[in-house]
Ligand binder design. Structure first.
Ligand code: GAR
Length: 192
């Protein structure tokens, strides 16, 4: 079976991208072929360079008004796109070209704490302010609305009264590490 190719879209730190890179290192099933970022200063680009993975950075106009990202994804024979801390909405041309082949990791139990502006620490602050007893992660397909596509899986963690947004973020990152790479593996080995 030919190797499957993963593209990761990320805007910032890239710890989820790193987890996926590490998980598939030496895999016979798939490899991370391309990392796309909207932010030329994102640390994820350093991680990609370190791992010898090709990168593409795109400004807003190029991303939304040209087909250059789509062409790059096609040229790289990408089978699955993983949004890992990617803060822009995915344009329609990519959603159409990759039906049910774009997934997102969101750091809450959707539909709670989703939507525009709900990313990273903003989510964890809102969870703590609301006095939630649990939080978690949602892995879902991407459609043309923020955090709205069909859920693939959700995983929960307990929020103690002593938890802060920072300790919640740590719990969430642990869940992301435990479940996102494995979910990518399962999708690639069963669906595509
Ligand atoms: C992750 O916690 C991810 O779930 C979240 O951003 C963080 C990125 O961290 N994504 C969203 O909030 C999407 N709405 P990372 O850059 O270290 O992987």
């Amino acid at each position: 079976m030919p190797m499957k190719n993963i593209a990761i879209f990320a805007s910032g730190e890239g710890s989820n991208a790193q987890n996926i890179i590490n998980y598939f290192k030496g895999s016979a099933l798939a490899k991370v072929e391309l990392i796309v970022s909207n932010n030329p200063k994102a640390n994820v680009l350093n991680r990609a360079k370190e791992a010898g993975i090709e990168t593409l950075t795109s400004d807003r106009r190029t991303f939304y008004e040209t087909s250059s990202v789509l062409e790059k994804l096609k040229a790289a024979n990408i089978d699955l796109i993983v949004l890992a801390g990617f803060l822009w909405m995915v344009p329609e041309n990519l959603i159409t070209a990759f039906p049910n082949k774009i997934i997102n990791i969101h750091p809450s139990l959707l539909p709670k704490y989703g939507g525009k502006g709900m990313y990273g620490m903003n989510v964890h602050k809102a969870v703590i302010e609301a006095g939630e007893k649990q939080s978690g992660i949602s892995i879902h397909y991407v459609n043309n609305q923020y955090d709205n596509g069909d859920i693939i899986s959700q995983h929960t963690c307990v929020i103690e009264p002593s938890d802060t947004p920072e300790t919640t973020a740590q719990k969430i990152h642990q869940l992301e590490n435990d479940f996102l790479p494995k979910t990518v593996f399962d999708l690639l080995s069963t669906k595509y």
